[in-house]
Design a binder for this molecule. Structure first.
Ligand SMILES: Cc1ncc(COP(=O)(O)O)c(C=O)c1O
Length: 369
């Protein structure tokens, strides 16, 4: 039995007819850039996330970068974020010309620890990027409050968390802006690259619309220098189909997670994901901690079970960020997490037999220790 970490073919089987119809429609129209699918997607995601504006972009990475630029982040500024995230979060800060400032994570949720943020704020701090890692929101209330006190912009990195809620507030409208990714493995994934910024601030929305189109307001009139970061009509059409299924698929992820939780409750050594009260987790990843993780991954390979380490090297220790001067041991929680985490298959269509196979492999790993 081969157990993939993610099976997008299984998802495609469920929506083949819907996807084929919209793809045919886009080809018939031969309108590949902009158009009613892009505008429709923007309206639908904005409504879904209770934000005033949605600006569709070419990737989640661009969403972070252009959001920082729209907020006026510039060389000399500092932006606070988590060291335990996908590279793009800090890469965008660097590419905006600013300096990433890392703040260690909470060991239970893997999200930035709000209690440690104050010490990292300096005169140069302009923004905070909390990452809603694996599909659970960062602890937004204290973060938003700190940002208010210090006049900082909050940009949610919601790439992994569309559909998650924090005390009934949906992801995407708690900060000044939120960045989404439509990378195929995300809960709302396209047929290629894609991203979006959500905001309820009219001026930021206007700035983002300019930035994604070479700063062009009227045709061939450029008030600022932007880039080409438009979302393709084909992507928007596919994403609109999938958006209808997003909540149902998240429920399936949540049931799979609950089934793992039940099994792991009886296994000493496995630490299942902790969901804080008032948080609605959408499990883009189901990530456990366990002892001798690398030996377990080896066993998974032997048994052809897909699993992944998100993330093996925390960002403060990446070679490209050596200039920031962080030493090993400076972010102990992120460093420990990177040694212990393992993400297991949790995708909506995961067959029961596959899940049992995964659980059995973990039990066998623990028995060998
Ligand atoms: C937390 C996080 N931030 C940013 C990104 C970047 O998104 P993209 O791959 O669409 O550029 C991703 C996903 O890949 C992500 O997981």
């Amino acid at each position: 039995m081969t157990v993939p970490l993610l099976d997008l073919q299984a998802q495609f089987e469920r929506i083949k007819d819907e996807i084929s119809a919209v793809v045919a429609e886009v080809f018939t129209s031969q309108r590949f850039i902009g158009g009613h699918h892009v505008e429709g997607l923007e309206q639908e995601v904005a409504t879904y996330a209770q934000a005033q504006h949605a600006i569709a972009l070419a990737s989640g990475t661009d969403a972070l970068l252009l959001a920082l630029r729209a907020a006026g982040v510039e060389p000399g500024d500092e932006v606070i974020t988590s060291p335990f995230t996908f590279f793009a979060t800090a890469g965008a800060i660097h590419n905006a010309g600013a300096r990433p400032v890392f703040v260690d994570i909470e060991p239970d949720t893997f999200n930035i620890d709000p209690n440690r943020i104050t010490d990292a704020i300096s005169e140069r701090t302009r923004a905070i990027i909390p990452v809603h890692l694996f599909g659970q929101c960062a602890d937004m209330e204290p973060i938003v409050e700190l940002a208010r006190q210090h006049g900082l912009v909050v940009l949610e990195d919601a790439a992994q968390a569309l559909g998650a809620r924090y005390h009934e507030q949906p992801v995407g409208a708690m900060g000044a802006m939120a960045a989404l990714s439509f990378f195929p493995s995300k809960n709302l994934g396209g047929a290629g690259e894609g991203g979006m910024v959500l905001t309820s601030d009219d001026a930021l929305a206007e700035g983002l619309r300019l930035l994604r189109n070479h700063g062009q307001g009227a045709q061939y009139v450029h008030s600022i220098v932007g880039t080409n970061s438009r979302l393709d009509a084909l992507q928007a059409a596919v994403l609109r189909v999938k958006l209808h299924h997003l909540d149902a698929w998240a429920e399936e992820r949540r049931s799979n997670a609950a089934r793992y939780n039940e099994q792991f409750a009886a296994m000493d050594g496995v630490v299942p994901p902790v969901v804080r009260p008032g948080h609605h987790h959408v499990y883009n990843q189901y990530t456990i901690r366990l002892p001798h993780r690398d030996a377990c991954l080896e066993l998974f390979r032997e048994r052809q079970i897909g699993a992944a380490i998100y993330y093996p090297i925390p960002l403060h220790l990446q070679e490209c960020f050596a200039y920031l001067g962080y030493e090993p041991g400076s972010m102990p929680e992120a460093e420990q997490a990177s040694r212990e985490v393992l993400s297991l298959p949790v995708y909506p269509e995961l067959p029961r037999a596959h899940q049992e196979h995964v659980v059995q492999a973990i039990a066998d790993h623990l028995a060998r220790l």
